[in-house]
Design a protein around this ligand. Structure first.
Ligand code: SAH
Length: 491
């Protein structure tokens, strides 16, 4: 396995600084023994204008097999490796990634005492891997690297140059070029994406790998359009690990985004999995519960208050019994995403007449919200500061006054069941509070009493015998008995 990294330079910024950045002096060829063989680092060229570092990995096939079979590493080896005859020595890009991690670990972390300013800056880079196993072909190679700022040349390698009619092998000759990346970013891209393309990891994947992936993926994996594929393949399609990683990536993304972002911690992933069964994402279960309750209420004209990116509006549009659907949110950004999701600009006239999105704050009474059959507040109340909550209560239950109001909110008791949520943390950076079942019920009963509604509660998601369901839903209906009782009193 062979990889080169080339940079170009000037008198002020000599290309040979690459040696400092990689912590490997251009004048010395160096050898490192890694767990699967010997890695050599040397510089085929090194002058002010141009400098190339090469990493050559000599895989010891026998050691590899022994290691795979060895006890005490907590797992079974990749089946393909329990034979001595395989392509690993020549094309093991996941081994190359391990070697990058071993040999260039400081450079990967962006640490360079001698040239700290260079380590933090982008530099012209050209990376070449002459024979890269790429399941998914040149097309996937581009989808993985291009969004990160690389110009990609991925040429399929013929099975045998002498016999073109035999067609292409599963290898590509890869050239990556960029002017916008730091060396640390470049190495971390390779560290993750080479094994992803290889798609045959050479050791049993453990939960430690999730940490490695998140560390190497810092700053680029959250938000990568192929995040699911990368995560799932990197973790050898182990569903529970993939889910863990996706949850954590989501938490990272949310922590980095502004507070108008919609929460999707539990809007979990759907990805190709093998043996393991995939659970229905909680967000989907929540939408189904809401749709069911709306149908039962007989509502036709529905408000989605705090509609976020419009997933529920989209689901409501699919059911013709909802004749008018209005999404309201305080965040313009969320509404822009919602309107793109719904393709409002390309919608036929009749569909378009059924749906409206507008900006508004639920902390103020709003004439536009009057006269609807039902209102949904899905995962919204916990985004308001507690002292502002009575204003929302009045705006919805007092002023807008739809016959039915559905409110969902997290059940904080369930948080201990989230595998990756640190103890004592709320699920989303913008949650101002999360309630126990008791607290939610007390709130709902008080609101119902105050505004003349009756309320019932429905669990959403698995109803855990100890801590209850992950989401709690209250269904409010304008209380006929209450009104009748009041009228009787007045009479
Ligand atoms: N209902 C969606 C989104 C929930 S996230 C879902 O279930 O997935 C909460 C949403 O409430 C965000 O989009 C946020 O912008 C919105 N929001 C928060 N405070 C609001 C307010 N005072 N008025 C209107 N929308 C608000």
């Amino acid at each position: 396995m062979f990889l080169t990294i080339t940079t170009t330079g000037t008198d002020e910024r000599p290309a040979t600084d690459l040696g400092f950045l990689l912590h490997k002096h251009p004048d010395n060829a160096q050898t490192f023994s890694t767990s699967y063989g010997i890695a050599h680092v040397f510089y085929p060229e090194a002058d002010t204008a141009r400098c190339t570092a090469a990493l050559l990995l000599e895989v010891d096939a026998v050691a590899l097999v022994r290691r795979g079979k060895g006890k005490g590493r907590g797992g079974a080896p990749d089946a393909a490796l329990s034979q001595y005859v395989n392509d690993r020595p020549y094309a093991a890009s996941s081994l190359l990634a391990v070697a990058i991690g071993n040999v260039f670990s400081s450079a990967m972390r962006g640490v360079c005492k001698a040239r700290p300013e260079r380590a933090a800056a982008a530099l012209p880079l050209r990376v070449e891997v002459p024979a890269l196993p790429a399941r998914g072909g040149p097309e996937l190679v581009r989808r993985l690297f291009e969004p990160l700022g690389w110009t990609v040349t991925a040429a399929p390698v013929a099975l045998d140059a002498a016999f073109p009619e035999w067609g292409d092998s599963r290898y590509v000759g890869l050239v990556l070029e960029s002017e916008t990346l730091t060396l640390s970013e470049a190495l971390r891209h390779l560290y993750v994406l080479l094994p992803v393309l290889d798609d045959a990891k050479h050791y049993w994947v453990s939960s430690e790998e999730v940490d490695k992936l998140l560390r190497a993926g810092k700053g680029w994996l959250p938000g990568h359009p192929e995040q699911k594929l990368i995560t799932s393949r990197y973790l050898s399609r182990r569903w529970s690990l993939t889910r863990q990683a996706m949850e954590r990536l989501e938490l990272v993304r949310l922590a980095e985004s502004d507070d108008s972002e919609v929460e999707e911690l539990d809007n979990a992933v759907e990805e190709e999995t093998e043996a393991e069964e995939k659970p229905t994402p909680l967000a989907v279960q929540r939408r189904e519960a809401i749709l069911g309750a709306l149908k039962r209420s007989g509502a036709a004209r529905v408000l989605d208050l705090g509609c976020g990116q419009g997933q529920l509006v989209q689901a409501l549009l699919k059911d013709p019994s909802f004749t008018e659907i209005v999404g309201v949110d305080v965040s313009m950004r969320a509404l822009t995403i919602a309107s793109r999701r719904l393709k409002l600009d390309r919608m036929g006239e009749r569909q378009a007449a059924r749906v409206k999105l507008f900006q508004g704050s639920l902390a103020y009474t709003d004439q536009r919200l009057k006269g609807y059959d039902a209102a949904v507040l899905s995962e919204v109340i916990e985004h308001l500061d507690l002292p502002r909550l009575p204003a929302l209560e009045y705006a919805v239950f007092g002023a807008a006054r739809p016959r039915t109001v559905l409110v969902t909110t997290p059940n904080v008791e369930y948080n201990v069941r989230w595998e990756t949520l640190p103890a004592g943390h709320v699920r989303h950076g913008d949650h101002r509070f999360e309630w126990t079942r008791e607290e939610f019920r007390a709130w709902a009963h008080r609101v119902a009493e105050l505004h003349g509604y009756e309320v019932e509660f429905t669990p959403v998601g698995p109803d855990d015998p100890e801590v209850g369901p992950p989401t709690q839903m209250a269904v409010f209906e304008i209380g006929t008995t209450t009104i009748a009782a009041k009228e009787a009193k007045a009479a």
